[in-house]
Write a protein that binds this ligand. Structure first.
Ligand SMILES: [Zn+2]
Ligand SMILES: [Zn+2]
Length: 268
C-alpha cells in the first residue's frame, strides 16, 4: 500500500519523535520509553540511579518521553535575558532544616532562579511502594506538578525534598532507588537525601551532595538535558555518586547559555 505524502510526513514525524526519545537516555540510563501523547508533549524523566539493581513486583512505569535536545558548547549570549525561574520547595515527610537551607541557597547561587518556601506535605500514601518500603518518585512528581499547575504564579516549578528512599522504574528494574527525578522540562522534581548520606565525609559534604542533586534536578525541570561539561552539575550521574561529588555547582558554559535561552523563551 502506498502512503500519501501527508501520511508519510506524519510517519517521519513519529520516527523523529522516537529518535528524540532515544537521544534522551544517556550514559548509564536506559533509553526513554515512549508513553502516551509523548510526541505532543515532549518530556523526559531523568533518573539519577544508585544502589543495587532490584527487581520487585510490578509498579507504575516511570514517566518518560522525548527530551529537548541541548546544544552542547553553544556560545553564551552576552547580555542574555535576566529571566528567572520560580521554584517552590516542598518538604515531603521530613527533610533536615540545614539541608533545606543549603539546597535553597545553592539553587539561588547556581541557577537563575528565585526560591519560595512552600508547605510541608505528609508522605502521600499513593506514592508508597510496600515491597521495598520506598516512595515512587514518579507519583511524587505527578503530585508536585499538579500543585505547581494550580499555583497562581505562572510557570512555577515545585521541588520536593524528602528523606525517605525514592525509586522509579529503570529498564527492566521495576523499582530502582534513586537520588532524584525530574521531567525535562517539567513542573515537578523531587530529591531524596536518603542515598546521599552513605559515604559522605561529614555533614558539610552531605549537604553539598544534596544541593548538587537539587541543582541537577531543577536544571532538568527547567529544560536542561545531561551534558559532558567537566564538573557541570548537569552531568549524568550514571548510577554513581562520582559526578555529584565532582560538581562545582556552577553550570558549564553550554548549559548556562542553554538555560538563559530557555528562560528567555519562557518569559516572552
Ligand atoms: Zn539527570
Ligand atoms: Zn553542562
Amino acid at each position: 500500500m502506498i502512503r500519501g505524502r501527508t501520511e508519510r510526513r506524519q510517519a517521519l514525524g513519529v520516527i523523529a519523535a522516537l529518535a528524540l526519545l532515544l537521544a534522551c537516555g544517556r550514559g548509564g540510563e536506559e533509553a526513554a520509553r515512549p508513553v502516551a501523547a509523548v510526541a505532543l508533549a515532549p518530556e523526559a524523566a531523568v533518573a539519577e540511579v544508585a544502589g543495587a539493581a532490584e527487581v520487585a513486583a510490578p509498579a507504575k512505569t516511570s514517566p518518560e518521553g522525548a527530551a529537548q535536545l541541548a546544544e552542547p558548547g553553544a556560545a553564551p549570549t552576552r547580555g542574555a535575558s535576566e529571566a528567572r525561574g520560580d521554584i517552590v520547595t516542598i518538604v515531603i515527610g521530613d527533610f533536615d532544616e540545614d539541608l533545606r537551607d543549603a539546597v535553597e541557597a545553592g539553587l539561588e547561587a547556581s541557577l537563575p532562579v528565585e526560591i519560595r518556601r512552600g508547605p510541608t506535605w505528609a508522605l502521600p500514601k499513593a506514592a508508597y511502594y510496600p515491597p521495598r518500603r520506598r516512595y515512587r518518585a514518579d507519583t511524587l512528581i505527578d503530585l508536585l506538578s499538579e500543585a505547581a499547575t494550580e499555583d497562581a504564579a505562572p510557570g512555577v516549578r515545585y521541588l520536593g525534598l524528602t528523606s525517605v528512599d525514592i525509586s522509579t522504574t529503570k529498564g527492566k528494574h521495576r523499582d530502582w532507588g534513586i537520588f532524584g527525578l525530574a521531567f525535562c522540562p517539567g513542573r515537578g522534581a523531587v530529591i531524596s537525601s536518603h542515598r546521599l548520606r552513605k559515604g559522605a565525609k561529614g555533614r558539610e559534604h552531605f549537604a553539598f551532595r544534596v544541593t548538587n542533586t537539587a541543582i541537577h534536578e531543577v536544571g532538568h525541570s527547567l529544560g536542561l538535558d545531561h551534558c559532558d561539561e567537566p564538573r557541570c552539575p548537569m552531568q549524568d550521574a550514571e548510577g554513581s555518586i562520582e559526578t555529584t561529588d565532582s560538581s562545582e555547582q556552577v553550570l558549564g558554559p553550554g548549559c548556562a547559555a542553554k538555560l538563559a535561552e530557555l528562560l528567555e523563551g519562557a518569559a516572552e
